[in-house]
Design a protein around this ligand. Structure first.
Ligand code: BG6
Length: 476
């Protein structure tokens, strides 16, 4: 029988510097936005919503300062990834480790040395590094000094940073992503764009302007990356998840289409090289006037991405009826109605494996470029039994159902490069700052208050995923 998943498929896992490294001031590192954020709901949410206030506030505990101490323990962790049979690891480089202030003229050699060792260690263990250049961590100094991505100057700082990375890791890193979840700038602008808003400022204007500068920066990074090494595969990264209409009422269909376009807008630009025509009306209705030059348009047109990376946690649901929309759920960065046909995670995220197939097909139909599922997973509370075992059957079930649908998507004709479940080792949650929202195959002994030995242990899902990889997804 024909095998569904190609032989060279990149099975692995995903983490991000800002959520796993810790060592927040080591080796000359500058501050990242996450370093001033507290943990816990709702305090984290408030802090993310108003960074100006957060900068001036002192909290008792900052989860990112030590995090899971990947900075010192990466060798031990890579050993465990290897044991699971990982073909790749998606991680990010922390911009403020390399350029502590963001606008420095020369990179910080000590910061780079850490990534030299990390990347070499991965390669030594037969694990392909997949690198996100900016995962929610535009250096804090750039927010303080320039207001974050709403300033055009950031394009120059970012491309300088990219050039250093492409040169340094030439021949070692092939798969890159320019910005994690680039559409997140519309939902958590502090994370996505290091943005702060002045009183009375048009937020939409700031966010779309910031997005434009990121899109130009991403295209320039693609250009530089291809010039330095034509073998480089440079991708974008979308927080994906198709938005369903709440009913078959045409107004619901229309509003769901608009919500999907709000996300696809970014990838339309990165993949097709130009602003979609629907954006004209969108901008006009929101009173947005973009600073966009002919040169920008040329850069966008000439430097489209090689593949589409995306995260998928859930589908979403939208209604055109304001009364129905009053039932919108809080929790996720993406506001959604509850779907009566689907269950939810402990954090209220809709669980929709079939939605992964829908999303894969939507993206592939629209762009016709290879896809890479670079995040997927279940945040759940794990219980350590008296004998030390962690029986996370719920996580196995979630991943199994999603991999099944991923295979269906491949059968539908989607070209898929790989699958890297999120938080393959427990790490700090981006949204809540909690440790108890665990995604990993590997348990890390640390609680929401920072207490714990940081010791690593294998969960039941660790052995399950190992088998999945070794059978190349044939047995789930
Ligand atoms: C994605 C991000 O949005 O979702 C990750 O790229 C994040 O950084 C992940 O951790 C899961 O979200 P959370 O809030 O559960 O950590």
């Amino acid at each position: 029988m024909k095998k569904i998943i190609p032989e060279n498929f990149l099975w692995g896992g995903a983490v991000a510097a800002n959520q796993c490294e810790g060592a927040y001031l080591e080796g000359g590192k500058g501050l990242s936005p996450v370093d001033i954020l507290p943990g816990g709901i709702p305090v984290r949410k408030e802090a993310l919503a108003d960074v100006r206030k957060t900068i001036e506030t002192t909290y008792d505990y900052y989860p990112s300062h030590v995090s899971i101490d990947f900075f010192h323990r990466y060798k031990e962790d890579i050993k465990l990834f290897k044991e699971m049979g990982f073909k790749c690891l998606r991680t990010s480089i922390c911009w403020a480790r390399v350029f502590p202030n963001g606008d420095d003229l020369e990179p910080n050699e000590e910061g780079l040395k850490f990534y030299d060792s990390l990347i070499d260690e991965l390669i030594k263990n037969g694990i392909e590094p997949v690198i996100t250049i900016n995962h929610f961590d535009t250096p804090l100094e750039l927010t303080k000094k320039y207001g974050g991505w709403k300033n055009r100057k950031l394009i120059e700082f970012y491309t300088r940073y990219c050039e250093v990375l492409f040169n340094r890791y030439k021949g070692k890193v092939k798969y890159w992503m320019t910005f994690n979840e680039i559409n997140m700038i519309l939902h958590i602008p502090s994370f996505g764009g290091g943005l702060v808003f002045e009183d009375g400022e048009n937020r939409e204007q700031c966010m779309y302007q910031g997005a434009h500068y990121q899109l130009v920066a991403s295209a320039l990074a693609t250009k530089i990356g291809h010039e330095i090494d034509p073998e480089n595969m440079i991708g974008c990264m979308l927080a994906a998840g198709t938005v369903y209409p709440n009913t078959c009422h045409p107004n619901d269909i229309l509003i769901a289409q608009a919500a999907n376009r709000e996300n696809y807008f970014f990838i339309d630009v990165q993949s097709k090289g130009e602003y979609p025509r629907y954006s004209e009306r969108l901008f006009e209705e929101m009173g947005i006037k973009l600073d966009i030059t002919d040169e920008d348009r040329k850069i966008l047109k000439q430097n489209t991405v090689d593949y589409i990376g995306f995260s998928y946690y859930s589908s979403r649901l939208k209604s055109a009826d304001p009364e129905v929309m009053k039932n919108i759920k809080p929790g996720n960065a993406f506001k959604t109605l509850g779907n009566p046909y689907l269950k939810e995670s402990e954090w209220g995220w809709t669980i929709d494996p079939v939605g992964l197939r829908v999303t894969m097909n939507d993206l592939y139909d629209r762009y016709g470029k290879p896809l890479f599922i670079v995040e997927n997973g279940l945040g759940a509370v794990d219980k350590v039994e008296a004998d030390g075992s962690i029986n996370d059957d719920y996580r196995i079930e979630y991943l199994k159902l999603h991999i099944e649908q991923m295979k269906e998507g491949i059968k539908d004709g989607v070209e898929l490069i790989g699958y890297t479940p999120w938080g393959c080792i427990d790490l700090v949650s981006a949204g809540t700052g909690q440790m108890s929202k665990r995604y990993g195959f590997i348990y890390v002994d640390k609680d929401d208050n920072g207490v714990g030995t940081l010791e690593r242990s294998r969960k039941k899902s660790f052995y399950w995923y190992k088998d999945v990889i070794s059978a190349n997804g044939e047995n789930l």
